[in-house]
Design a protein around this ligand. Sequence first.
Ligand SMILES: [Zn+2]
Length: 130
Amino acid sequence: MNRQQRRAQSRNGQIGEPNLPKPGQAIDTRIVYGAGCTYWGSIYSIKTINMNGWPMPCCPHCHGLLSELPTEADYLNPADEHEAVIPGYGGFVRWNKGRKCLSLHPDQGGDTAFERLRAEYEAERGAGMS
Ligand SMILES: [Zn+2]
């Protein structure tokens, strides 16, 4: 297993960044998030699938469609602003980076996906504090 494969290896369900640039190459600051799932991570974490001969970027877990933002701050700043409404929300969003996604599709429990993730986050935090 080489360094790149180790980096991509799943740890606690998290995806690494297997597509990092080579030394000397410019760093791409974009982040991606699932259009139909709870995934978010760096542009280097995406997977590419073949769609009728064309490479199609997709979620590394469910292969779903992704949207992108220019920087991580563009994703995290609104989450931090949400802290006033839901205390701890920013920490929860950071914890979720790169984690295995849940579907947001209503037929697959999507209406409670973030609640279930939040419960997992709180359980891990509780376990860590005891
Ligand atoms: Zn996904």
